[in-house]
Every structure is written in C-alpha cells, then in structure tokens.
Design a protein around this ligand. Structure first.
Ligand code: XMP
Length: 320
C-alpha cells in the first residue's frame, strides 16, 4: 500500500486543513465537484474542506438510500444549514432496494451498494451537473481492510485498480486517505464542526445493510432501524467506540400473548476500540442489558436479544 499514514501525534490540523484546501482547489480548478454527505465524521469533514476550497462549486447531496438511521436526513440537513452549507436530497431508495433484492452474500451486498452509489447515483449526478470530480471521505483504515482482503469497504475503488474516470466518468478526490479516525476527529474539531459530529461513533457506508444478515428488504431494515435507535439511546452513556444492532437471518421459537411466535433475533454489539483495527466488547452492566432486551423485544416480530462477547479479531465490528 503506497499511501503513507499521518499518525495522530504527527498531525498539525491547521496545516493539514490548509494543505487539503489548496490541493482540492488545484485539482478541481474552476470546475464543479460533488460529494455525498451522510452526516458521519468523515463525510462531514470532507464537506467542510470542499466547501472551504470551492464554495458553491461544491454540490453536496444527502443520498436517501432507504438504509440510513432514524431522523438521519433531517438532522444532517439542519446541522449543515447552521454551518451555511446547503445540502440537496437525492431520493434513491428504489434504486438501492432494487439492487439489494435477493442478495444475501455479504460481499455481493457490499458490491451492490458500491455499484448503486458510484455507477447509478453519482454517475447520474455527474452527468447531469457537469461535475468531473467526486470528493469523498475514504480513510486509511478503509483502504487497509480492503487491501488486506478482510472486507471490501464500499468506497474503495482506485486502490483496487478501478479507473473511476474510465468506469464512471469522474475522478475521486480523497483528502482524508492518510488519516485514521482519531486524526479525522481532530481535523473535524479544528474545522469548527459541532461535537455531535466530531465525536460521532463511526457508521459504515453500506449503512444498515451492513447490519442485516441475509436479504435487505425495506421491512427488515425497518426492524434493525428501530433496534439501532434503542441501542444508540441506551448505550450513548458508555462513550464506547461503536455500538450497534444486527438483525439475524435465523428465526427462533418464542412466545407472544401465550402463543408460539417463530420470531427474529437481534444481536447487540458494543465495542471498545482505538481505531477499529481491533476491538473488545464493553463490560455492560446487566441491568443495561436487561433494559435493551425489554425495549428491543417490544419491536414487532423480535423474540430474542443477544450480546456479542467476542473480540475483533476474529469477529469484525459490523456483521456483514
Ligand atoms: P469492520 O466491520 O470491518 O469495520 O470491523 C471497521 C470499521 O469500518 C466501518 N465500516 C465501514 N466504513 N464503508 C465505510 O465507510 C464500509 O463499507 C464499511 N464497513 C465497515 C465499521 O463501522 C467500523 O468502524
């Protein structure tokens, strides 16, 4: 891997920001660039860097792909409106669910999401807007895991030898590619992003599709979305690296209203980690686990709640 990491202790955020703003300006010239803002720390940081460099020549989109968390769209738009950065919404729900229909293999699922984002959604945006550049928040860890063959991160293209200019019609600009998450947080803080963003737990590009084992349908996403909202509410106090809910494919026998219910299972994970390379489960108090079980089994169809106690490795942070 040729990309050289900038370690947290070597990072001078002010100098880094200036260098990236200059670089984006130089690369894009007087043209247009687009970027997709999910509201996570990486894409938020790139949005502010791009906006500093290009002003209204940066077209920022929130892609409504149907697999985001509760209230994500409204809160992202409100946060960036307050920063004076306009965000347009692109409804691509049908395209994503069509691409995910019948797909159960994890890597195929990731590939379906990559193609829908880069070929369908961004490809069309680029064609319609006349932009030739796509700014995105790829970070060092994304490249590392993909190149190591652990997981194909949704946003890795050129590092896999894909010529985006020839394949999709635009060039990628990746200002954060030398940083790991803690360094990105430092840059985000220096850029004046609110704490709700610079301290936000990571969330994967494939969104809730990374947390549904088996087929990703609107109904199954709805179930994991409801569980995610509960887990995020109950575990925010831990300050853990990441906490999430996973919907399993296997069903188990349960009971509801005195009758047999062949129901769904939700797995909760809560990770202690520095930079997602390794992780261990948070030692949650049992009363917290009980509250999670009580609230999550109130979701229609869910009869079982488990807590993952394995470390990464051999587990990974997400399930897909
Ligand atoms: P894993 O599951 O591989 O995750 O242990 C490591 C970190 O990366 C996040 N993640 C992703 N981020 N695109 C992303 O931008 C992806 O495809 C992706 N998959 C996993 C995950 O949430 C964790 O923080």
């Amino acid at each position: 891997m040729e990309i050289v990491e900038i370690a947290l202790e070597d990072l001078n955020p002010t100098a880094f920001i200036q260098r990236q703003v200059d670089e984006i300006s130089a690369v894009v010239g007087d043209g247009l660039a687009i970027n997709a803002l999910s509201g996570g720390v990486d894409s938020s940081t790139v949005t502010v860097l791009g906006h500093k460099a290009l002003g209204d020549r940066l077209l920022t989109y929130f892609v409504e792909n149907g697999i985001m968390r509760q209230n994500e769209r409204a809160s992202v738009i409100a946060t960036f409106e307050a920063l004076g950065i306009p965000v347009q919404v692109l409804d691509a729900r049908q395209q994503f669910f069509d691409a995910l229909k019948g797909v159960t293999d994890p890597e195929e699922k990731r590939e379906a999401i990559t193609q829908t984002f880069y070929k369908e959604v961004f490809g069309r945006l680029v064609k319609e807007s006349g932009a030739r550049y796509l700014l995105q928040g790829t970070i060092y860890t994304d490249v590392e895991e993909t190149v190591a063959g652990i997981k194909r991160q949704h946003n890795i293209l050129s590092q896999l030898g894909i010529d985006t200019e020839a394949t999709y019609g635009y060039t990628l600009v990746e200002p954060l590619i030398q940083l790991r998450k803690p360094a990105v947080r430092k840059v985000a803080h220096a850029l004046g992003l609110p704490e709700s963003i610079y301290n936000r737990p990571p969330f994967p590009g494939p969104a809730l599709a990374a947390r549904v084992i088996g087929e990703v349908t609107p109904e199954r996403v709805e179930t994991v979305r409801a569980a995610t909202a509960i887990v995020e509410e109950e575990l925010a106090y831990t300050g853990a690296f990441q906490y999430l809910a996973i919907l399993h494919e296997d069903r188990v026998t349960g009971m509801r209203d005195g009758k047999r219910a062949f129901g769904q299972q939700i797995e909760v994970r809560c990770w202690e980690s520095e930079d997602a390379r390794t992780g261990s489960p948070t030692r949650l108090p049992f009363d917290v686990l009980e509250r999670l079980a009580e609230r999550i089994t109130a979701i229609p169809g869910v009869v079982s709640v488990t807590y993952n106690i394995a470390t990464k490795p051999p587990s990974t942070i997400e399930a897909v």
